[in-house]
Write a protein that binds this ligand. Sequence first.
Ligand code: AMP
Length: 113
Amino acid sequence: MDCIFCKIANKELDTQVVFENDQVLAFEDVNPQAPTHILVIPKKHIPNIQEMKLEDQQLLLPEIFQAIQQIADDKELEKGYRVVNNCKDSGGQTVNHLHFHLLGGRVMQWPPG
Ligand code: AMP
């Protein structure tokens, strides 16, 4: 499968990994939109939230949110941060492997573009 995030999860591509366990990998976004910009992904290939089966939700969403908490602690984001998921074309998704953006280190604006 030609998925760039699967290649990252399989260590076929280099990235700056900040968190890893059996299910989840987190790494620096190559085009950061904030002083901290981390992508948190399940290692399993799931295209997007809409195609996430209940059994994967039950297993992986707690793992992903624990990773986000851990990274936020490690990066000292005690003032706050933003978690973003872009789902499919109109949501702005460009990489079709489920991922959550963790953005921090600056004050976020609302609404997003
Ligand atoms: P999205 O537009 O929500 O699908 O987000 C995809 C994100 O992946 C973008 O923020 C890109 O900068 C990021 N990205 C694409 N390729 C890589 C890569 N090889 N390493 C790290 N981040 C990447």
